[in-house]
Design a protein around this ligand. Structure first.
Ligand code: BTN
Length: 314
């Protein structure tokens, strides 16, 4: 593959490949056929050799890790064409002791998991991945991690497409009042110590409208053209890694400030449902605190902080 890339649009002869790699012409042909099956467009012309015309927009490790700017995130990974959900798989790998930054990604999920055990629709065209993290932060600060992830994803989308998404507390990514991406965190911890966190991200990239719930939107719906999922995922991993290590070193002050810039929750009247106790709190969302909790001011003026819940903007 590298030989084909290195020629940058020029033909490389079968003889050259054969002598560099020490393989026969017929095994080169077999390799080319395998690459074509993966979606690479490779022309073969007699007396000239082979030329790479395009690479597939699939999240295969060979492509994702090529030109990836991260140190840890995505450096080890598993790729599936289809899986029930990337979450249990990443969780299992966490328990096996895999390193921080381990990535599990897939083209489709049959049982995508959303927050509060909801289903996450995962047809082809989207980005679905779980990232293993081993944060060295006090457990009381873990509520800031979803905020960090949402800010990193918004930054990456913004840089890649110039769309400026919004965040609905804590971490729903919204454009035109519809959901563009969702984030799910699952934590493995002892009483007061985090062992690892699995961050699951579902982002509607090239998903066609008819395959999405009516409350959702995709990047392709917005900009009316396809987006490279591969390059976008590289950008997301890069941004997340940058923010993650900076926050662990310098604290979450910048994350909180950037989150506020993207927020569509602050300043609004909201209804926040505690899904487990089924109770509802209504009031104005006035700020987030240093732990990532949402501060609500009720009609009577009382200030109440919530660390989790399902927010509706009234
Ligand atoms: C939400 O409800 O907003 C969170 C959705 C998270 C979906 C992602 S897709 C990749 C990973 N695997 C899953 O099954 N869920 C998460």
């Amino acid at each position: 593959m590298q030989l084909l890339r290195d020629t940058e649009g020029d033909f490389v002869s079968g003889q050259k490949v054969s002598s560099i790699l020490g393989i026969t012409r017929s095994s080169i042909w077999k390799h080319i056929e395998l690459l074509r099956k993966e979606g690479y467009v490779i022309d073969a012309v007699s007396h000239k050799g082979y030329v790479l015309r395009s690479v597939p927009d699939a999240l295969i490790p060979r492509e994702l890790q090529y030109n990836l700017k991260t140190k840890h995130f995505g450096r080890q990974m598993l790729y599936h064409l289809i899986i029930d959900s990337t979450m249990p798989e990443a969780f299992k790998l966490g328990r096996q002791g895999k390193a921080e930054g381990y990535l599990v990604c897939t083209e489709k999920q049959t049982k995508g998991k959303g927050r509060f055990n909801r289903h996450w629709s995962s047809p082809e065209g989207g980005l679905y991945f779980s990232l293993l993290l081993r944060p060295k932060v006090d457990i009381s600060r873990i509520g800031l991690l979803p905020l960090l992830i949402s800010v990193g994803i918004c930054d990456a989308i913004n840089e890649f497409t110039e769309i400026k998404p919004n965040i609905k507390w804590p971490n729903d990514i919204i454009v035109y009042d519809k959901k563009l991406a969702g984030i799910l965190l699952e934590i493995d911890s002892e009483i007061d110590q985090i062992s690892f966190v699995v961050v699951g991200v579902g982002l509607n990239v090239n998903t066609i409208k008819s395959r999405l719930p009516t409350s959702a939107i995709s990047l392709q719906n917005i900009i009316k053209k396809k987006v490279s999922r591969l390059r976008l995922l590289q950008e997301i991993l890069f941004k997340l890694e940058e923010l993650y290590y900076a926050a662990q070193k310098n604290g979450f002050k910048d994350i909180i400030e950037n989150w506020r810039q993207y927020s569509i929750t602050l300043g609004k009247n909201v209804r926040i449902k505690d899904v487990y106790s089924n109770t509802i709190l209504e009031g104005k969302a006035i700020d987030i605190n240093e732990y990532g909790g949402l501060i609500i001011q009720t009609k009577s003026g009382k200030k109440i902080t919530r660390m989790s819940g399902d927010v509706t903007i009234c």
